[in-house]
Write a protein that binds this ligand. Structure first.
Ligand code: RNT
Ligand code: ZN
Length: 421
């Protein structure tokens, strides 16, 4: 355990060092406090959900690993989330998938879900002061087993998923109204072909029509926002994905819905940090699925890597915290799942803090003056500024564990609760 006195002492010195380069650390911490991160419920149970007929079946999503202790019920998942939130400084959000409903053991077809099936989640979120986000679950279902949902050539299948997405928007709206903060409902579908298609157009035309039907009813943006998420390829859709990035960029801009960029959904050398400024030239708001691609997997636990710093810089340098909704999207079943939430969320916050501790105006001035020498020199010196001391102080002030002390608490919870499951 780090001693509060040494954290404070290190912070005082760090504050002076940052002041020397024109950065106010107290202001940076105050700004960080206002940025919510939406924690994805699905890290807690490997994207299983609580439908009575549950179990991950075919449909483009796969968690790997067999670490013991995964949540088997919504109560367990909430208890796990409570532990995770207690290790994370600040007030955040919960991102729920439709398959996490509680219907008292009665199977509810996905096109018949209703706000009451999420009442306990909502009560819990309200009591914790969390905002909520939502997602249709167009996968792990017999009607997704053919590889197509909203873009299916089978009218019955397509209709079913349209109805599911419409039902999800209503659930999302109910969250937004109850919590007084807009719920972002994000549509991702796995539709695509494993092998080379002949007709790339028809499924896209069907998807476009389906989405127009899904979004036909206008919902007050004070309570609810729609988002669409593209992908380059997925498991079983290696050759063609209907909802590609270009498709959804066009769709989002022409229809005025949010575009979601998932950090794991592009070619390995493409990064979403480079795309955000392009999207926000044309879209008012967007959603990020912060993730970490590794080879063919798009969903490793978020680490504090260069891309995470770059994503945070884009958000902070342009003052876009109110136009960019930050969600996490990864699932690792090979490590303690509560720790996975804590590691990824704390990293996102650290990256944001690093960006908030940057002398952005000085850097921009150097760039605008054509002084690329100074720009590079300053960016490199920033890398060894005492970010950690400010982060520790932020955690101390927020009343959450400083440094790796959180791990002991998660381990303790593992011994007492998770290992008994
Ligand atoms: C899948 C998408 C999608 C999902 C979640 C569970 O490739 O990233 O966002 O991960 O909806
Ligand atoms: Zn995603």
């Amino acid at each position: 355990m780090s001693k509060p006195a040494s954290v404070e002492k290190a912070y005082e010195l760090a504050r002076e060092r940052y002041a020397e380069i024109g950065v106010n650390t107290d202001q940076a911490m105050a700004a960080l406090k206002k940025i919510p991160i939406s924690l994805h419920c699905w890290q807690g149970d490997d994207v299983g959900g609580f439908e009575s007929s549950s179990g991950l079946t075919d449909g483009g999503i796969q968690a790997t690993g067999h670490y013991p202790g995964k949540a088997r019920t919504a109560d367990e998942l909430r208890a796990d989330l409570d532990v995770a939130y207690a290790m994370i400084p600040g007030r955040h959000r919960l991102n729920l998938h439709s398959i996490y409903l509680e219907s008292g053991g009665r199977p509810v077809p996905r096109n018949e879900i209703r706000p009451e099936h999420y009442a306990r989640w909502l009560d819990w979120a309200k009591s914790k002061g969390l905002g909520m986000d939502f997602n249709p679950s167009c996968f792990s279902h017999p009607k997704a087993a053919g590889g197509f949902t909203l873009s299916s050539a089978d009218e019955g299948v397509r209709r079913f998923w349209i109805e599911h997405c419409i039902a999800c928007r209503k659930v999302g709206e109910s969250f937004g109204r109850a919590l007084g903060t807009p719920c972002v409902t994000n549509v991702w579908i796995p539709d695509g072909y494993k092998d080379i298609p002949v007709d790339r157009l028809a499924p896209r035309e069907r998807l476009c029509r389906s989405l127009d039907e899904v979004f036909a009813e206008k919902i007050d943006p004070r309570y609810h926002l729609d988002a669409v998420e593209g992908k380059l390829f997925g498991i079983g859709s290696e050759s063609y994905v209907v909802g590609s990035h270009e498709f959804y960029l066009g769709y989002a801009v022409s229809r005025g819905v949010l575009l979601t960029l998932d950090a794991g959904h592009f070619h390995p050398t493409e990064v979403i940090s480079a795309k955000i400024s392009a999207v926000l030239c044309f879209a008012r708001e967007m959603l990020l699925h912060v993730s970490r691609p590794v080879r063919w997997d798009s969903d490793h636990v978020v680490t504090l890597d260069d891309e995470l710093y770059a994503i945070a810089q884009e958000i902070v340098r342009h003052g876009w915290a109110d136009r960019i909704h930050i969600g996490l999207d990864y699932f690792d079943a090979s490590i303690n799942r509560v720790a996975a939430w804590v590691i990824g969320t704390r990293n996102m916050l650290k990256a944001l803090l690093a960006a908030l501790l940057e002398p952005t105006e000085r850097l921009k001035a150097a760039e605008n003056a054509g002084d690329f020498t100074a720009r590079l020199a300053m960016l490199e010196e920033l890398k060894t500024m005492p970010l950690g001391a400010v982060w520790d102080q932020y955690c101390l002030q927020a009343g959450v564990p400083v440094g790796a002390a959180w791990l002991e608490q998660v381990r303790d919870y593992e011994a007492r609760v998770l290992s008994k499951r």
